[in-house]
Write a protein that binds this ligand. Sequence first.
Ligand SMILES: [Zn+2]
Length: 145
Amino acid sequence: MIKYALICKKAICQHEFEAWFSNSADYDQQEKARQLICPLCQSTRIEKAIMAPAIKSPKRAASTTKTTENIAAMAAKLRANISKNCEDVGDKFADEARAIHYGEKPERGIYGQARPADAKALIEEGVGIVPLPDMIVPNSKKTLN
Ligand SMILES: [Zn+2]
């Protein structure tokens, strides 16, 4: 058995798919007899696709870099927004979040650090907290120790 990457030559389709043949002669015979059918558009204009090497093309590598840059830019924007609109409560985060939740403190956006056990307790109490990925946490002026 031999596996070929095939491509539908219909301009609007160009679907790429794979098919198994007994041997290359079997492929040639089926192609000549127009027995190869595109699974998407049912076209019989099928050809062998050029096999792409299984390595990243420079083009793809570039687009990955761009995506990473976009994420970094987005993270920077989020970080700036949090920094601007929320109060850094440092290691008092758990206490402040709880106080706001129970109406003991004015409602406002806060950020800071919580020990995993405190974060878990807050979530269990129904306090709406969101763990932030490191890359969007503003540099805290206060630190947990
Ligand atoms: Zn097709």
